[in-house]
Design a protein around this ligand. Structure first.
Ligand SMILES: [Zn+2]
Length: 235
């Protein structure tokens, strides 16, 4: 018993000393905590909108670039009661370096996007609208969004005349293979703001969390408009 107490004390002293001596580690801890709190709030909001029901969807934010570190949802969580404690920090190979549990199954896709477009945050939803459209338009390889005022909510878009191409990728449970296709799509379609996985959902991103959240809201809005208006049938 005495041994355990001494050991705990030693660990505690060591941790305090090392965090004081190692400012980047402490700063990274703060960035992780802030990102987890923000991601949890965004996730609960998306659940309230019906975009991540059940345990669907996953969210991440880049904590550092060199080396690449992401805060990401651990797997199998009900997004309705998402808390900051349910986030993990993972490295560039999806190994957990902070927190306990496993990252989302789709962690490799988040890494592919963080690398491919330099995104600061990646958000993934499973809405009714993205599920319907990604099925009905799969044979066309994507969906064109054009003429809508709400397009101006996408970063860099200044006019409703902008034509946004939302590629549709065939769904897969092989995340290594799918991650490679995601990277290829990002290379071949520079300037896109998101893509769909067939009958699965939407991936979008942003330089930061607020931009990524805005992109989810804009793209989900536009997909809902397409389905509700019937425009998707003739597109
Ligand atoms: Zn998913």
């Amino acid at each position: 018993m005495l041994f355990v107490v001494v050991k705990k004390n030693k660990r505690g002293i060591h941790r305090r000393n090392s965090s004081r001596a190692n400012a980047p580690s402490s700063a990274s801890g703060t960035r992780f905590a802030e990102a987890a709190a923000c991601l949890a709030e965004i996730g609960r909001g998306f659940h309230a909108r019906g975009w991540v029901l059940g345990t669907s969807g996953n969210f991440s934010a880049v904590i550092s670039r060199e080396p690449l570190r992401l805060a990401i949802t651990s797997t199998g969580l009900d997004k309705y009661k998402l808390t900051p404690a349910q986030f993990l920090e993972m490295d560039e190979t999806a190994n957990v370096v902070r927190g306990s549990g496993r990252p989302s199954a789709e962690a490799l896709l988040h890494l592919a996007i963080a690398r491919g477009v330099g995104a600061g945050a990646v958000l993934h939803t499973h809405s009714v609208w993205s599920t319907v459209l990604s099925g009905s338009h799969a044979s066309q390889g994507g969906i064109a969004l054009e003429g809508y005022e709400m397009l101006k909510g996408l970063e860099g878009v200044r006019t409703h005349k902008h034509r946004e191409w939302l590629p549709i990728l065939e769904n897969s449970q092989d995340m290594i293979e799918l991650g490679q296709r995601v990277s290829k799509t990002l290379r071949e379609s520079p300037g896109i703001h998101g893509f769909l996985l067939r009958e699965h959902g939407l991936y979008t991103w942003g330089a930061g969390l607020q931009e990524a959240k805005r992109h989810v809201e804009i793209l989900e809005f536009l997909m809902e408009v397409l389905v509700r208006s019937g425009a998707a049938q003739s597109a």
